[in-house]
Design a protein around this ligand. Structure first.
Ligand code: NAP
Length: 219
């Protein structure tokens, strides 16, 4: 399987990248972003673009992929709905449209979050916006599309978040992560478990298109 990965510099994306590189069934990984991960591996190629929403200059690189793991995304904290929509919906769909045109048999795996509002009409801004992105992706015509809705994510293997407040929270909570994971296995995943689950679903499929936090350990 050949995988194109977005958000590989982020916490979720670093986890997905690690699992892709370790998985013998993954032959090629292309990380696309506005910054490189800096990692070196025989299976990994990186493409850096100034604006991820505009991939026109690198379309030649984006052909021949079976799956996209889309881990690019930010917390809505401090963002207006318009700005959050521009990143979460507009950028994501621009990428998805390009990939689908170039890889009509592709499976698209998206990371949203627990509480995402599929009605798109609820009171919580981030949940509405993520719901809009999910619904659009599910209706685009990919061979398959899966929406992951993790709750808490514990970073493993030295992985860190790109978001400062999440980095601080993770440092403070680090001593209690094992207990939290044991107490709430359905709501606490790890970057390793999530990365493996995304890859497994991309390869084998899954009975549900929306994968809630409680489903992740069972994938
Ligand atoms: N962290 C959690 O506990 C958690 C829980 C549930 C759901 N999620 C969801 O998981 C997804 C990934 O979160 P994360 O924790 O991995 O976040 P993160 O560590 O902050 O990483 C964000 C990633 O998105 C990229 N990115 C952000 N804005 C961009 C832009 N304008 N253009 C191009 N790339 C951009 C970053 O690239 P740069 O390196 O270039 O900044 C980075 O690769 C998000 O959708 C988040 O809502 C996270």
């Amino acid at each position: 399987m050949n995988v194109v990965l977005f958000g590989a510099t982020g916490m979720v994306g670093q986890g997905a990248l690690r699992e892709c590189l370790l998985d013998e069934g993954v032959h090629r990984v292309l990380a696309v972003g506005r910054a490189a991960t800096g990692q070196r591996h025989e299976k990994l190629r990186e493409v850096v673009v100034p604006d991820v929403a505009d991939l026109s200059a690198v379309e030649g690189e984006l052909v021949g992929f079976d799956a996209c793991l889309f881990c690019l995304g930010v917390s809505s904290a401090g963002m207006s709905e318009a700005d959050y929509t521009r990143l979460t919906v507009d950028l994501t769909l621009a990428v998805a449209r390009t990939l689908l045109r170039l890889n009509p048999e592709m499976t698209f795996v998206f990371v949203s979050g627990t509480g995402t509002d599929g009605s798109e009409r609820g009171r919580v801004m981030w949940a509405r916006v993520k719901g809009k992105a999910e619904n659009a992706l599910l209706g685009m015509g990919f061979r398959a599309a899966y929406m992951f809705r993790p709750a808490a994510i514990v970073p493993m293997h030295g992985i860190t978040s790109r978001t400062r407040w999440i980095r601080i929270a993770n440092t403070v909570l680090k001593p209690v992560f094992p207990a939290l994971k044991a107490l709430l296995p359905s709501y606490v995943t790890t970057t390793e478990q999530l990365g493996r689950a995304m890859l497994k679903v991309a390869r084998e499929g899954y009975p549900k298109t929306v994968i809630e936090a409680r489903d992740i350990p069972r994938v």
